[in-house]
Design a protein around this ligand. Structure first.
Ligand SMILES: [Zn+2]
Ligand SMILES: [Zn+2]
Length: 203
């Protein structure tokens, strides 16, 4: 079986990422990843510099964006145009869907009831991934996002692991894994809820 390993949530210097493009890719390469998604805040300017260098590292770079809906952060994977902030969750999911992107609820924390109450009614219209495992950027420890796992399990949603890296030091410490060798296969796994989460203890 060919394994496709992707960090679905990575920031670059185009927004508030602190590591240079090549350093991010080098870290991803050293940690055995197949791909990283560039998901900067309200810009896609980091995608091209990453894609230009990706071949040197044998990595796939997936374009994406992180959007603040006003109450939640949402990552769109394989989006190509900027989606404005503060549109609300429904409109944000609609915009990602219109671009053919995959929506993922980012770092939902325990006790954030608005998360549950806002996402649930939209699940009939959209297949939404849920970040269940992330990385604390401060101490570089892998962490669980409260009851996100139980929520995803209950509603049969794709469970996502990612780093939300703002530094090469944390790239790939939590990842999403599926069978396949390209993001096309990840899309299929997302639809079929066949994504596993893996974590690393690299420092
Ligand atoms: Zn965020
Ligand atoms: Zn982020």
């Amino acid at each position: 079986m060919v394994r496709y390993t992707i960090d679905t949530h990575v920031h670059t210097p185009a927004s508030d990422g602190r590591s240079e493009y090549g350093k991010i890719l080098n870290a991803a390469c050293l940690r055995g990843l197949s791909a990283v998604a560039v998901t900067d805040h309200y810009t896609m300017d980091g995608v091209s510099p990453m894609q230009d260098l990706a071949g040197n590292y044998g990595l796939e770079v997936v374009p994406g964006i992180e959007i603040n809906t006003g109450s939640l952060h949402v990552v769109g994977l394989e989006t190509y145009d900027i989606i404005p902030n503060l549109l609300g969750l429904d409109k944000t999911l609609y915009e990602i869907d219109s671009q053919g992107g995959l929506p993922i609820i980012a770092h939902p924390f325990n006790g954030r009831q608005i998360f549950l109450s806002e996402v649930r009614p939209l699940l009939d219209s959209y297949l939404v991934g849920i970040e269940c495992i992330g990385v604390n950027g401060g101490n570089r420890q892998v962490c669980k996002f409260g009851d996100a796992f139980a929520f995803a399990e209950h509603y049969n949603l794709p469970k996502i692991g990612c780093s939300d890296s703002h530094s090469a030091k944390t790239v790939g410490l939590a990842v999403s894994v599926c069978e396949g060798d390209s993001f096309k296969d990840f899309r299929e796994a997302f639809r079929e809820r066949k994504i596993d989460i893996e974590t690393n203890n690299y420092r």
